[in-house]
Design a protein around this ligand. Sequence first.
Ligand SMILES: CC(C)(COP(=O)(O)OP(=O)(O)OC[C@H]1O[C@@H](n2cnc3c(N)ncnc32)[C@H](O)[C@@H]1OP(=O)(O)O)[C@@H](O)C(=O)NCCC(=O)NCCS
Length: 215
Amino acid sequence: MIADILPAWVASAEEFGDVPEETLFPEERPLVERVADRRRREFVTGRHCARRALAGIGVAPVAIPRGERGAPVWPDGVVGSITHCSGYRAAAVGPAEAALAIGIDAEPHEHLPEGVLPRIAAPAEIAALTALRDADDAVCWDAILFSAKESVYKVWFPLTRRWLDFSEAVVDIDPAGGFEARLLVADPAVGTTVLRGRWTVRDGHLATSIALPRG
Ligand SMILES: CC(C)(COP(=O)(O)OP(=O)(O)OC[C@H]1O[C@@H](n2cnc3c(N)ncnc32)[C@H](O)[C@@H]1OP(=O)(O)O)[C@@H](O)C(=O)NCCC(=O)NCCS
């Protein structure tokens, strides 16, 4: 699913089940020593996907520590992103000479819980969902919007090391499978205020992605 919405120069891997904890590198084990079983499984399989994706760009298996505010620490010369949700885990990586940053996010394909939408979307974004619903009411557009903003943050944070609020990006969804996020704050590390991404829905899950090319 995730490969369908990424450019050819990005390598990715996904899993619909979990792999054994033994696949973790020794230095990663302390990161999940005292967490709930569900969290351990998603972390373990997320790291496994990350190493499979790294293999796709010719990078040997390495530990992927957890960096500032939870962002994964990729080997030198690599940018990437990890996501997991119930029944799905994925990672995407690319060479830093081609990409400034990559952000991916997956969610169950279901509507956001009551009360969440007004906290993550501006009135204009909420109004746009009505038109999308009229075009196709089988897609949970509110969840696509949320996921697109998570992908935006996963591109934004590794570059800027700064928080980005949900109100600081305005997402315009194209029903054909794309989206455009307009950043209301600028940062030289990002180099643009318009991020273009893609979305897809398949077998009960949705995914969004942004691969920000260098230059
Ligand atoms: C960090 C965040 C984006 C993760 O998204 P999520 O949907 O909750 O969870 P996902 O499973 O998709 O992603 C989790 C993975 O994201 C990665 N991640 C965590 N923090 C990160 C950060 N600051 N920057 C980049 N990647 C990060 C990690 O790899 C993590 O998995 P791991 O802990 O097993 O390594 C989210 O929890 C968050 O804090 N959002 C608030 C900020 C935001 O979205 N602003 C909107 C801007 S428009």
